[in-house]
Write a protein of this length. Structure first.
Length: 274
């Protein structure tokens, strides 16, 4: 796919798909519906052409509705199914074999009650099934979960993993531990990562530059992709400022390297346009 791909956005209708994690007090800016029409306006404002819509809650019904959304600039959907149940049946019910809009799956590992969820044997069987279906698996983690993710990725070289938000580094994160975990995960060539979600996680611009620099060194531009994390980015800088920030952070790269981060990596990883 040519043009800029925003590799991480969310859509929701609170009437059909409630988002219990939204705090009406501290998250008033996103405590409303966000449609594909709203998405088009955001993409126009940020100069992006298409987006990957990522599940916001662990709900197969939400995934079905995202797949049915007629939004013309939705390039793909990273949805959710119960990876501890019959994966093949759930994928067949979603039409995964014929609806190429389903490009990957994600589970909210960072808030799962089981801290070792990602390493469970039944989850491992499910991840193997995703590989046979040519689907990606997005990793949404806390920094302390990066070592487990590296172990899981090491055992599944045939599955494309995508690390969201560079592993969720935040103000309270020990940078040395985060960097060690990130590099351990990046050592596996079938893992990509998103420069996303950081507007609300790393407030210090000097630290942000260092964090992105570590990611560039660990993954390289060909395994990194841009994501706005809209509408959550409305809680911090806003998507337009975040896009400008990313452009500035990668300004020293070559044109080809910038193109990889802004479209090429997402297009290749998620199989967009195939």
């Amino acid at each position: 796919m040519s043009g800029v791909v925003d590799a991480h956005v969310h859509l929701w209708n609170l009437a059909t798909d409630p988002q219990p994690w939204i705090d009406p007090q501290s998250m008033a800016a996103i405590d409303r519906d966000f449609s594909s029409g709203d998405l088009e306006q955001m993409l126009d404002a940020t100069g992006a052409d298409a987006a990957i819509v990522v599940q916001a809650w662990n709900s197969v019904a939400e995934t079905g509705r995202l797949l049915d959304d007629p939004g013309r600039r939705i390039a793909g959907v990273v949805g959710w199914i119960d990876l501890t149940a019959d994966v093949e049946a759930q994928l067949d019910a979603l039409g995964a074999g014929t609806r190429r809009r389903l490009v990957g799956l994600r589970h909210l590992v960072h808030v799962d009650p089981d801290p070792g969820w990602l390493g469970r044997p039944d989850v491992g069987v499910a991840l193997d099934a995703l590989a046979t279906r040519d689907l990606c698996f997005d990793l949404v983690l806390r920094p302390w979960q990066l070592p487990l993710a590296a172990t899981v990725a090491a055992g599944r070289p045939g599955l494309r993993f995508v690390l969201d938000h560079l592993g969720g580094i935040a103000e309270s994160t020990d940078d040395a531990d985060w960097e060690a975990g990130l590099r351990a995960l990046a050592a596996h060539s079938h893992v990509r990562a998103k420069i996303s979600g950081l507007a609300g996680l790393v407030g210090d611009p000097v630290r942000l530059r260092r964090v992105v620099g570590v990611a560039l060194d660990a993954f390289g531009p060909d395994r990194l992709m841009y994501g706005s994390d809209w509408p959550l980015t409305r809680l911090s800088t806003g998507p337009v400022v975040w896009r400008a920030t990313v452009d500035e952070l990668i300004s020293d790269l070559s044109e080809g390297e910038r193109r990889a981060i802004l479209s090429g990596t997402a297009t290749a990883c998620y199989g967009l346009g195939t």
